[in-house]
Structures are given as structure tokens and as C-alpha cells.
Design a binder for this molecule. Sequence first.
Ligand SMILES: NC(=O)c1ccc[n+]([C@@H]2O[C@H](COP(=O)([O-])OP(=O)(O)OC[C@H]3O[C@@H](n4cnc5c(N)ncnc54)[C@H](O)[C@@H]3O)[C@@H](O)[C@H]2O)c1
Ligand SMILES: O=C(O)CCC(=O)CC(=O)O
Length: 352
Amino acid sequence: MVGPFRYTASAAQVIFGSGSLNRLAEAMTGQGGKRALILSTPHQKAEAERIATALGPLAAGLFHDATMHTPVDVTERAMTAYNAAGADCVVAIGGGSTIGLGKAIAYRNDALQIVVATTYAGSEVTPILGQTENGQKTTVRGPGILPEVVIYDPELTLGLPINISVSSGLNAMAHAVEGLYAQDRNPISSMMAVEGLRALKQALPQIVNAPGDIEPRSEALYGSWLCGTVLGAVGMALHHKLCHTLGGSFDLPHAETHAVILPHSAAYNAAAAADALKPAADLFGGSLGSGLYDFAASIGAPLALRDLGMKEADLDHAAELAARNPYWNPRPIEREALRALLQSAWEGARPR
Ligand SMILES: NC(=O)c1ccc[n+]([C@@H]2O[C@H](COP(=O)([O-])OP(=O)(O)OC[C@H]3O[C@@H](n4cnc5c(N)ncnc54)[C@H](O)[C@@H]3O)[C@@H](O)[C@H]2O)c1
Ligand SMILES: O=C(O)CCC(=O)CC(=O)O
């Protein structure tokens, strides 16, 4: 039987396709934007400068210090740049770090946000902002946080390094896996989750073999949009709580941490959410935890927390933090089982 359910569609406008970056000025002025602060990481500064040149007088300035986990001190410097430039909107070009900075600005001043998304993290289509201050990462949700327009131009992802592509793709897949067993899931979010998983499962091995091939790049960006939309639409559970803890309190890299944890969190929840996870398990050979692990290994993803810089001595503390104020999860958060999960993930063991 279908339902009952509640589904809230995202209000963001999506412009998808090769060459869609050319529609940036039109997208910005169409929303009433006149002076944009262009945001990027230091790594994508040149791309941001090209965008500023193309926008001409619509570009009010550049800020290229976006940083992972959205530190509040960086946001404060960006706010100063925004006000000094007389900007009325932001254009964020990049992955979740740059998009997070744009959201943090909009959270404070309701700036219009135009996003050019260049990884598979999915932040561009969520009303979620994570920020870090004094070593603590906190998350807020709110309508002003969701970017108004998202441009997906696969041409811009052709140079995304293979290792980032792989980890970022698994980060997207984690949104879909958790979306499948979310308490507030609905037929639309589950359909998007399964299609997102299918698209990324198909695209990532092809990207590893031919990173400059536009077809799998388009497929991966399409899959990441779907998975990100699921993240924005329904609640996340143990997997996201763990990654949030490991990223915010132990400064582990975001996408790589998702990539390592996903097989283990999926295995943890496999029995408790067997029906909801069946379409995903079917995609990965029947057993979701080991299937995801084998898939991740086959595309060269990181498999062990120890390889990301996590200290074994910190695992107890991580388990304790992750068990504190837990998100709803299909299987109860059992302290010992959670500690065992972290040990397996630290060692890079294949879940059963
Ligand atoms: N709020 C949300 O809904 C949400 C969702 C997912 C991630 N996030 C946040 O996003 C951050 C991580 O984002 P991420 O994983 O996308 O990494 P990132 O944005 O830090 O990007 C990783 C690196 O890749 C570079 N890069 C990005 N796109 C590129 C491209 N096409 N070509 C070459 N280099 C490129 C970036 O400049 C950066 O140096 C974390 O802070 C995480 O918490 C938030
Ligand atoms: O860090 C954030 O902005 C929130 C993170 C989130 O909800 C998605 C993720 O962890 O990939």
C-alpha cells in the first residue's frame, strides 16, 4: 500500500547540461541579482576569476578562501568582503566547501545564492548548513539556506581528480542509502535515491577509466543531484551522524570519511531496514555492506579511517560523541556495536 506520506519539493531552479555555465548571468539577473561576490576555494581561484571576467559588471568581487566544514571565522571574513563589495548575491563555484560558505552568508543576510556545483557532495540542493566553531560542528536547516539556482555543467567536472570524484560519488551515495530508510521517506525520495545510486554505480567506474569522458561525468552529476535532493528532503541517520562527528571533531576529510564509513553503516542497518534497503542491496549484489565495500575497493576509494589520519586512540571518544544526541536510526545505537563499527572502519575490514 502506498502512503500516507508528506513530500515537500525543493524550490531551487536547476539548470543542467554541458555548456550551462554560459547561462550564469541570465540565471543571476533572472532572480534579480545585480552584484555578485564570487566564492571559491584557493584551488578553484582561476575558475572563479574566469567567471568574474565573463560576468563583467555583474561581478562585484572575489573571495577565494572557502574551507571545508565552514569555519565561522572564514564566514566572518567573507561577510566583510561581501559588504565591502556592495554585493547583493553570491555565486559559489565549487563543491560543498564553497557552497557551504555561500549558505553561511545567506543564513546571516538572506543573500541570493547562485551555485555552480562541481563535485558530487549535493549541498547545493539542501536547506542544510553545517558550520564549525571551537572544534564543534553544528547543523542548521532553514528555507533561506537553500540556494535559489543551481547550475550543473558536467564540463566543469572533467578535471575533478579521480580520487575526489570517487570519494565524492560515495558521499552522494550515502545520502541515498540513508534516505531509503529515513523515517520520513516517501515514494518520491525513494525513487530518487534508487535512481541516484544506479546512476553513480554506473558512472564512477567509467570515470575512473576515462575521467575526461563527458558521458559518465553527466551521469554522475545527475546522480549526485538526485542523491543531494534526497539529503535535503528527508532525515539522515547514523551514517551522517558518524561522519559529522569524525569531520567536525577530528578534522577528517568530508567525502573520504563518507566513503570509508558507508559500507559499515549500511551493514549496521542492513537487517533492521532490510525491506527499505532491498532496492539498494539488489544493485550491489544482495548484501549491501559487503557489496558497497567491494564497489568502493574496485574504484580505488579509501577503505580505512587510519589512512585518513584517524588515531586508533581516538576511537573511544569518537564513539562516545557519535552516540551523544543520536539521530533517529532504524537500528538502535548500541555503544559497543558502534565502537566495533568504528574499529572495523579504522582497520578497513570488509563488513559481512
Ligand atoms: N550542507 C549540506 O547539505 C552538505 C552536503 C554535502 C557536503 N557538505 C559539506 O561540504 C564540504 C565538502 O564538500 P566536497 O566534498 O564537495 O569538497 P570540497 O568542496 O572541499 O572540494 C574538494 C576540493 O576539490 C576542489 N574541486 C571541487 N570541484 C572541482 C573540480 N570540478 N575540478 C577540480 N577541483 C575541484 C575544491 O576546490 C577543493 O579543493 C564539507 O564541509 C561538508 O560538510 C554539506
Ligand atoms: O556539513 C554540513 O553542511 C552538513 C552535512 C550534511 O548534512 C551532509 C553530509 O554530511 O554529507
